[in-house]
Design a protein around this ligand. Structure first.
Ligand SMILES: [Fe+2]
Length: 200
């Protein structure tokens, strides 16, 4: 069954002033839609055409050589962006609490140290990609991925991901990726991140 673009879970202007309305419109309606369309085109006629996107991204090796890269990039783009929209919420920000807060403090020293690691991962990702908080099976880690590579393809469960493709911030922040990364924390739904954490 072909994938469809999930509606943005809040209005396009809901993340102002941290992410501007125009960026959200283009990012969701154009970029994410293109990943959906191209993932469907790449998967058509393959053995994974009816598989959920999470399954596709862990079974890329089974795809024919001619479409594997296209599916990796576009199914990855669909999966990563769906997760990204849900990681953010109007009225987000602040700090996690409970078991997630304890796990972050234990893994990274402090919440501030954790944020610094994510920022460094986002800045350090040359070109396009993502910075992530993942659970790698043994504990929490901060990693980055290039392009639309998804942590689940590497057996890591993403808990939080920030898009550092220029399309995510250039209209508002131009070349100032660090400023975007600083502002982005004000959009994070820690309730959603905690929900993912408790599931793994
Ligand atoms: Fe994006």
């Amino acid at each position: 069954m072909a994938y469809t673009l999930p509606p943005l879970p809040y209005p396009y202007d809901a993340l102002e002033p941290y992410i501007d309305t125009k960026t959200m419109e283009v990012h969701h309606d154009k970029h994410h839609q293109a990943y959906v369309d191209n993932a469907n085109a790449g998967l058509e006629g393959t053995a994974l055409a009816d598989a959920p996107v999470e399954e596709v991204l862990t079974r890329l090796a089974e795809l024919p050589d001619g479409v594997r890269a296209k599916v990796k990039n576009n199914a990855g783009g669909h999966y990563n962006h769906t997760l990204f929209w849900e990681t953010m919420a109007p009225g987000g920000g602040g700090e996690p609490d409970g078991a997630l807060a304890s796990a972050i403090a234990s893994a990274f020293g402090s919440f501030e140290d954790f944020k610094g690691k994510v920022k460094a991962a986002g800045i350090g990702q040359f070109g396009s990609g993502w910075a992530w908080l993942v659970h790698d099976g043994t504990g929490l880690a901060v990693v980055s991925t290039p392009n639309q590579d998804a942590p689940i393809s590497d057996s890591k469960t993403p808990l939080l991901g920030v898009d550092v493709w220029e399309h995510a911030y250039y209209l508002q922040y131009q070349n100032r990726r660090p400023d975007y990364l600083d502002a982005w924390w004000n959009t994070v739904s820690w309730a959603k991140v905690a929900e993912r954490f408790s599931a793994c």
